[in-house]
Design a protein around this ligand. Structure first.
Ligand code: 5GP
Ligand code: MN
Length: 342
């Protein structure tokens, strides 16, 4: 079954050619990743198509209430089960990422599987590993794309309450509640259509944001009080966390999410960086204002990528060395950063 266009894919799904669909997303999935994969699963259910949602790793407890969460399989917990599901599948959806390295070892399996790989994504510079891509770098989120794809090809009636709950979650989290530059008119049109379907946006907001543990609240306080460094000459805020600190605050997956945004909330700051010494590697989050392309910076120095103003990176080097490298390399961008209004 060749997939050269949206029509091929849609006709294949409508005519029952695909019986078993494998849906996956990136390492440490966020609201858009889980919202889009589970949202797509609910849509496929409505179409009578069986599917499995597979994550490469675990994810934040704050997403565990999403409808369908109980059936998600974590590759790290059950690699054999995931292998079996992949073998049994006749179509794979890759959502909210566009380079196979973002899904760890699972990426090698997908590449070797010979299955048709359909990408739905909004990150820059997709690698050409896919069979067919529904890709738009201007879309706010993968959830926005999944919603539009389903609406335009199958009609709004395939987007039920469970699907819209999942999809609104990613629309809301990836736009920072409709504040980031990725929010476009279509984003609001999609949000309006979601409200017409009956999405409970107040409840979703509550469940995503107002669920801090006491430890997480104290971690944020500690970081802002003790760990925030301001590089005044570069209009940059940096927070770095070592393993001992992660232990002290009993940090679990998802706990540092949103922390990097506090740096950008400071008047005059145009670049904010969070550097965390995770068990397997040092992980970095970058957020910028205006014209500073953090995805390029992350790609150049920290083997990363992402969006224009929001990106991530990683390093195998020790934490202090990563911090020093960042402070050294950012100097070359001083003029560029100072030209941005903060
Ligand atoms: P976050 O800082 O929230 O982890 O990630 C911000 C954005 O950068 C997300 O869109 C995410 O997909 C992307 N991103 C995060 N880490 C990496 C990475 O290591 N490599 C690439 N290519 N993108 C990343
Ligand atoms: Mn996304």
């Amino acid at each position: 079954m060749k997939i050269n266009s949206t029509v091929d894919l849609v006709e294949g799904l409508k005519s029952g050619n695909y019986k078993n669909v494998f849906i996956t997303t990136h390492h440490k999935p966020d609201g858009d990743a889980m919202g889009s994969t589970l949202g797509l699963q609910h849509i496929l259910n409505t179409l009578g198509v069986q599917s499995s949602v597979i994550t490469p790793t675990d994810y934040s407890e704050s997403l565990a209430w999403l409808p369908g969460n109980e059936k998600v399989t974590n590759f790290e917990d059950s690699p054999e089960e995931v292998k079996k599901r992949l073998n049994e599948s006749d179509l794979v959806f890759c959502l909210d990422f566009n380079v196979l390295t973002r899904i760890n070892e699972l990426g090698d399996w997908l590449a070797a599987s010979g299955k048709p790989l359909v990408l739905i994504d909004h990150h820059q510079n997709p690698d050409a590993f896919y069979t067919y891509a529904y890709w738009n770098n201007e879309a706010s989120s993968t959830c926005e794309l999944v919603f539009e794809w389903a609406r335009d090809n199958f009609g709004l009636e395939v987007i039920n309450q469970d699907a819209v709950t999942c999809l609104y979650t990613g629309l809301m989290t990836d736009t920072g509640n409709f504040q980031f530059v990725n929010t476009r008119s279509q984003t609001h049109i999609v949000a309006a259509q979601m409200m017409e379907i009956g999405v409970d946006h107040v409840q979703i907001h509550e469940r995503i944001y107002n669920v801090f543990s006491v430890n997480r609240s104290r971690l944020f306080g500690y970081c802002l009080y003790k760990k925030l460094e301001i590089l005044e000459d570069c209009k940059t805020a940096v927070i770095h966390l070592d393993r001992q600190e992660l232990e002290e605050f009993k940090v679990v997956t998802g706990d540092t999410e949103g922390l990097v945004n506090f740096g950008l909330g400071i008047k005059g700051i145009v670049l904010s960086v969070l550097i965390v010494d995770r068990t397997e590697r040092v992980k970095m989050s970058f957020r910028s204002k205006g014209t500073f392309k953090v995805n390029e910076f992350a790609g150049k120095f920290f083997n990363g990528g992402g969006h224009f103003n929001a990106a991530g990176g990683q390093s195998e080097a020790p934490l202090e060395e990563v911090l020093a490298t960042f402070k050294r390399e950012i100097q070359a961008y001083k003029n560029e950063l100072n030209a941005i209004e903060g």
